[in-house]
Ligand binder design. Structure first.
Ligand SMILES: O=C[C@H](O)COP(=O)(O)O
Length: 265
């Protein structure tokens, strides 16, 4: 399976100039390695505001880098009186191919529930956008041994989503879904679970997906949380880890590309 290395820029950088520097460095860096990056999809998730300049820079350079949004409206797949929202249709029209849904920061700060996330999944599917669904347990749940229980609850949104897909959307989920396992306590902290722990948890996620529909057996399951060039090769060595969702280390072209290189082997 081809790996996925996804850079989530979160609320960074703060100027258009910095965005343009970063995307230029990335495009040039990927170009320099292009012939050898066949085993890895690379994706960038800038803020809504910066999707357009990033898309323009990628297009101008015929880049193979893919573009994701960090969120999508739950309220409408298209348009309406929803101040501040951005719809799946608007994203699609801008050339965005994927959206991140259910990041722990949105679950924490915006209290996003499975009911809200289900609407985001359905709206994305309606417009043909791929979804990177983030799941992950808190530190207290990890320490109490409740990781599987938490992930099971979070994954129920996939079961509901599959049930609500329209007949003409058959086949959507197996092509357009990535699960990103991000233990909340590993995000931005420098603390990481062991590769063995992640491998075991990814096996559990796969079992759950299989129980929903065996067509999800090929769904990529990626890891996120303090991934750096120094630890990326360890994660890449596990056949259960199909890529990474990178925050802080995605803000420097060198470190993002060094991580990508580990997953290209
Ligand atoms: O979406 C990315 C994750 O939240 C990981 O962030 P981080 O690499 O800064 O820990």
């Amino acid at each position: 399976m081809k790996s996925w290395v996804i850079g989530n820029w979160k609320l960074n950088p703060t100027s258009l100039e910095q965005v343009q520097h970063l995307v230029t460095d990335l495009v040039e860096g990927v170009d320099a390695q292009t012939r050898s990056m066949d085993n890895c999809h690379l994706m960038l998730a800038p803020s809504f505001l910066h999707l357009s300049p990033v898309q323009q820079a990628l297009n101008a350079n015929s880049s193979t880098l893919k573009l994701a949004a960090q969120d999508v409206s739950a309220l409408s797949a298209e348009s309406g009186a929803y101040t501040g929202d951005v719809s799946a249709k608007q994203l699609k029209d801008m050339g965005v191919q994927w959206v991140i849904v259910g990041h722990s920061e949105r679950r924490q700060y915006y209290k996003e529930s499975n009911a809200v996330l289900l609407k985001k999944l359905l709206n994305s599917a309606e417009q043909g956008l791929g979804v990177i669904l983030c799941i992950g347990e808190s530190e207290s749940d990890f320490e109490a041994g409740h990781t599987e229980q938490v992930l099971d609850e979070q994954l129920q949104v996939i079961a509901d989503f599959l049930q609500q897909l329209k007949p003409e959307q058959a086949g959507y989920a197996e092509q357009n879904l990535i699960i990103a396992y991000e233990p909340v306590w590993a995000i931005g902290t420098g603390k990481v679970p062991s590769v063995e722990q992640v491998t075991q948890i990814h096996r559990f996620i796969r079992q759950q997906l299989h129980s929903f529909d065996n067509k999800l057996d090929t769904t990529p399951v990626i890891y996120g949380g303090s991934v750096k060039p120094e630890n990326a090769a360890d994660f890449a060595a596990s056949d259960q880890i199909n890529g990474v969702l990178v925050g802080g280390a995605a803000l420097q072209a060198d470190s993002f590309l060094a991580i990508a290189k580990c997953f290209n082997n």
